[in-house]
Ligand binder design. Structure first.
Ligand SMILES: NC(=O)c1ccc[n+]([C@@H]2O[C@H](COP(=O)([O-])OP(=O)(O)OC[C@H]3O[C@@H](n4cnc5c(N)ncnc54)[C@H](O)[C@@H]3O)[C@@H](O)[C@H]2O)c1
Length: 332
């Protein structure tokens, strides 16, 4: 039996595959290696997975194309799916909305159909804190209404949760949706603040500080996130008619997965400056369309049910990222 990891060349999918391989699972990784950010990083992640010498097969495949997806997994017995791949990024969804429709809507349905046909035991899929939109009741709770997305990206993630609910109801496919809160760490995403700031500071370039720094984020270190993803994958929700986190009475749970601590953007920049040993040149910018001012996760459900305990604050996580970044670019 194999576990299908989508977006295996991406930041979180790469780590998911890595942990599963390390514990001896057979992993089929798929990714279309698109150029939303520089593709070499995706190739390097796949090379690192191949170098582990585990039971790993990577297939370059677009899961928005149902036939390509079928061909990619032909002959495999898949019993669980970690559907981590998607078109990520809030701001890019204003420039290229169709990429989100293709990967996050059509792609999500294709994965659900695959799960239905293969009769999988569990699908864990990536949602996002972005679904909370402009909610101003903090911390964000899975019980809160999330009907006012501020970007198409957020709307597609909410739609994924709804489509998953319909499949959990109709076909009783156990599913867990994870609303990730700003994930960072080694091998991270080049379009996100931690990478952009580190890159600019180390190269002496100015950084863009949106909303003049009046923003807060629940930054979550990758190791903490992955512990949650793996424990979710190992614990499919029961089909017992009980109400699940997120409100479903079908086997479908939705969890927030964050650090449960909201950090000031200025504090984050101070921490990156300290880790880089250089000052930032801060350029104050207005709020970006689609962005939210603050995120803060109530993680009580995943704490209670899966024992999730994030332990890495930014004072520990940021220096680890900066150190990896310097190594990756040979800046030591
Ligand atoms: N990193 C975060 O802070 C964060 C926060 C909230 C939600 N998420 C969600 O978590 C998931 C993983 O995010 P990430 O940070 O690893 O992003 P990422 O962009 O590094 O990884 C996503 C991967 O999916 C692949 N992909 C996209 N469309 C595809 C398609 N049609 N077919 C095959 N592969 C495709 C991409 O090539 C990429 O490698 C995404 O669903 C994202 O929306 C991430």
């Amino acid at each position: 039996m194999a576990i299908l990891v989508t977006g295996a060349a991406g930041f979180i999918g790469f780590y998911t595959a890595q942990i599963l391989l390390a514990r001896g699972e057979r992993v089929i990784g798929i990714d279309n290696l698109n150029d939303y950010y520089f593709v070499k990083l995706k190739h390097d992640r796949i090379a690192a997975l191949n170098a582990m010498g585990g039971d790993f097969r990577f297939v370059e495949c677009d899961f928005g194309d149902e036939h390509a997806l079928e061909a990619a997994i032909a002959g495999e017995s898949i019993d669980r799916i970690a559907h981590i791949g998607a078109q990520a990024g809030v701001r890019y969804s204003l420039q290229n909305p169709r990429a989100y429709v293709h990967s996050n809507l059509v792609g999500h349905v294709n994965i659900l159909e695959l799960g239905r046909q293969a009769g999988v035991k569990h699908i864990v899929y990536a949602s996002s804190s972005a679904v909370y939109g402009g909610n101003d009741s903090l911390p964000f709770r899975v019980e809160d209404r999330v009907d006012q997305p501020l970007s198409l990206y957020a709307a597609t993630k909410k739609a994924d949760e709804l489509m998953s609910e319909s499949y959990a109801h109709l076909y009783r496919i156990p599913q867990t949706g994870l609303r990730f809160f700003t994930v960072y760490g080694p091998w991270g995403r080049p379009d996100m603040a931690v990478w952009l700031f580190t890159d600019a500071i180390l190269r002496g370039r100015p950084i863009s500080v949106f909303n003049s720094g009046a923003m807060r984020r629940d930054f979550t270190y990758i190791d903490d996130i992955i512990a949650g993803v793996i424990s979710a994958l190992d614990n499919p929700p029961a089909d017992d008619g009980q109400t699940k986190s997120g409100g479903s009475r079908s086997p479908h749970t939705i969890y927030n997965i964050g650090n449960n601590q909201s950090e000031d953007l200025g504090e984050l920049i101070d921490t990156i400056e300290a880790a880089c040993g250089r000052p930032a040149i801060r350029q104050m910018m207005p709020m970006q369309p689609g962005d939210v001012k603050e995120t803060f996760a109530d993680i009580s459900a995943i704490q209670r049910e899966l024992g999730f305990r994030p332990t890495t604050g930014i004072k520990v996580g940021i220096p680890r990222f900066v150190s990896w970044f310097r190594d990756y670019y040979g800046m030591n």
